[in-house]
Design a protein around this ligand. Structure first.
Ligand code: PEP
Ligand code: MG
Length: 599
């Protein structure tokens, strides 16, 4: 392991980074960057009489490495039996001829120092592994390297433990850890791990999971982007990392972390129970996700489908716009894994606060305008660049043959806009039919209700679609005229503004009058404080981050439909957001003492 990184290298700009969620949990804390260890072995020619001494020095270091591993294994045998096999394989490796005999052979033949010989042996092993295609086997080269590194360390003399001087919990950031490094960090000093290397099955990920330490891996260059002392939020559920977060983000994530800790024991119990009130009213609790990798969380937390798949991710951080085959593979995976549960895929929602790095050069780049929230965003961009939308439609329709796929159109503001999209969809369907490609002709099509005009026209729009999904994030932004990403007006962003609550009610009524389902998929749906209100307003589905689902389910199962409806009536009688919050501060602890006792 290396030393401390430089402080505040990149200023304190907030940044969101996306990695692979390797071990669940949320932590907020200061970071400790461990610099990459660069071992440069010099080459020294030895006089013949010193060669055997050098062999002996090497053997002693290897034997010491073995003893340390055996010792570590003994110390961990009770706590983490799952990870012992990794240490076992390293114990075998340190004795294996691949490292041991080869290095000795090189010392003798070339009359060189042990460090140089070990580096040469490692180079050869790397070449051999490089010829193998299997990624699992390729990954095992990392094990050989960890073991060799340990021997290197012993040859060079021990390094000090970088965590020794740390007196509070830190999030450790590094290029990579050996499993043993990870295990040694299983103290109260380490809140979480973040690495540049590694995937879900890397050792860091496996060990972090068995130690129940939240971790995100595969975040390229992260050690360059942050510095020791920076604050960071690590979300081991979604793989998201917020570097230098805003105070609001910190507050929100501390609350998520608190909820998670309080709940984790009970969760297993709730995920298998149905989502219904004490008197049998059912509400579908679905998941919002952005990447297929999150499917595991969808299943783990007992979601009853995907209420919102934000399809933008496939378009971010890529050299090329994804083609039909790529999108089809993603959508098909989601739909077939979750069948017969519904999977709601939203068409590309770029612009506004969502920027795409690379679009075909002839296309206008959304989000660059003076007023992007009111500009060429979302469905407007799709109408301007229909080729992208058609590709998505083709991929979605083909995937619809494998389960229950629902198409969701964002930011619809008028009937004519919706009709233009629907006729484009019909043409794509005709084309697929002509080519005899299988798809579900009755695939459900819904719209997001995100702007006041859609709420006001909801009775008309309801006649043209199969479901509504209320995007409260944008609905609040557009109805209260609050830019959702502007910190200066963030305090005015009020989900409980009666205008917002009335719009939700109006949308639900308009949808139900036409017999279609109404869902909510904005952040509000996963916020425990608003859950009873939204349930009382009569929604059919709440879609939220997967880890929030068990909480919502527990609330639902402790409620009756009458009680929820009465709450909604009272809330709708309030004259502003403050009144609603006061009402809830009294109501929630009374009805749900376990959840809200501390309010
Ligand atoms: C919303 O606006 O509420 C929503 C779910 O969409 P997004 O946050 O992706 O804009
Ligand atoms: Mg939106």
């Amino acid at each position: 392991m290396g030393g401390f990184g430089d402080r505040m290298k990149n200023g304190s700009e907030p940044r969101t980074l996306y990695g692979i969620a390797a071990s669940p949990g949320i932590v907020v804390g200061r970071i400790l960057v461990l610099k990459r260890r660069t071992r440069r072995a010099g080459r020294y020619h030895l006089p013949p009489e010193l060669v055997e001494q050098e062999v002996e020095r090497f053997r002693r270091a290897a034997a010491q490495a073995e003893r340390e591993l055996v010792e570590l294994r003994r110390a961990l045998v009770r706590d983490i039996p799952d990870s012992l096999s990794i240490i076992d394989s390293h114990i075998l490796m340190v004795k294996d001829r691949m490292i041991l005999d080869r290095s000795v052979e090189i010392i003798r033949r070339e009359q060189v120092n042990a460090e140089w010989a070990l580096a040469r042996a490692l180079q050869r092993i790397k070449k051999q592994f490089g010829r193998i295609d299997d990624p699992y086997i390729k990954d095992r080269y990392e094990d050989v390297k960890y073991v060799a590194d340990r021997v290197f360390g012993l040859l060079a003399g021990r390094e000090t433990d970088p965590l020794a001087d740390v007196d509070e919990g830190v999030i450790v950031v590094a290029h990579d850890f050996s499993p043993e490094d990870t295990l040694r960090m299983s103290s109260e000093k380490v809140l979480g791990f973040l690495t540049e290397k590694g995937g879900l099955t890397s050792h860091t990920a496996i060990v972090a999971r068995s130690l129940s330490i939240p971790a995100v891996v595969g975040l390229e260059q992260v050690t360059q982007l942050c510095a020791t002392g920076d604050t960071l939020i690590l979300d081991g559920f979604s793989g998201r990392v917020y570097l230098n977060p805003t105070p609001d983000q910190v507050k929100q994530y501390r609350e998520y972390a608190r909820q998670h800790r309080a709940f984790s024991d009970e969760m297993a119990f709730y995920i298998h129970l149905s989502s219904e009130t004490l008197d049998g009213m059912t509400v579908r609790l679905a998941a919002n996700i952005e990447m297929p990798d999150e499917l595991q969380s969808v299943l783990r937390y007992g979601a009853e489908g995907i209420g919102l798949f934000r399809s933008e991710f496939d378009y971010f951080h890529r050299e090329q716009t994804p083609d039909e085959e790529m999108l089809y593979a993603t959508y098909r995976e989601l739909v077939s894994v979750l069948a017969p549960m519904p999977v709601t895929i939203r068409t590309l929602d770029v612009g506004g606060d969502k920027f795409v790095d690379k679009l075909p050069s002839a296309m206008v780049c959304p989000g660059q305008e003076r007023n992007p929230a009111l500009g060429l965003r979302s469905i407007r961009f799709s109408l301007r660049e229909p080729s992208l939308l058609k590709t998505q439609f083709r991929a979605m329709l083909r995937a619809s043959a494998h389960g229950r796929l629902r198409i969701l159109l964002p930011l619809i503001t008028s009937l004519s806009e919706l009709q233009r999209i629907r006729s484009m969809l019909s043409r794509v369907m005709d084309e697929l039919e002509q080519r005899r490609i299988a798809f579900d002709r009755n695939v459900e099509v819904g719209i997001m209700i995100e702007v006041p005009s859609a709420v006001i026209m909801a009775d008309v729009l309801a006649g043209e679609v199969d479901f509504f999904s209320i995007g409260t994030n944008d609905l609040i932004q557009y109805s209260l005229a609050i830019d959702r990403s502007n910190q200066y007006v963030a305090h005015m962003y009020e989900p409980f503004h009666p205008a917002v609550l009335r719009m939700i009610r109006q949308t639900v009524e308009a949808g139900h009058a036409r017999g279609i389902e109404v869902s909510i998929c904005g952040e509000m749906a996963g916020d425990m404080i608003s859950t009873p209100v939204l349930l009382g307003l009569g929604v059919d589905e709440l879609s939220m981050r997967p880890s929030a689902i068990p909480y919502a389910k527990r609330l639902l199962r402790r409620s009756t439909s009458r009680q929820l409806a009465a709450l909604a009536r009272d809330v709708l009688g309030c004259r502003d957001g403050g009144e609603v919050r006061n009402l809830l501060t009294g109501y929630l602890p009374r009805h749900y003492p376990e959840e809200f006792g501390s309010l």
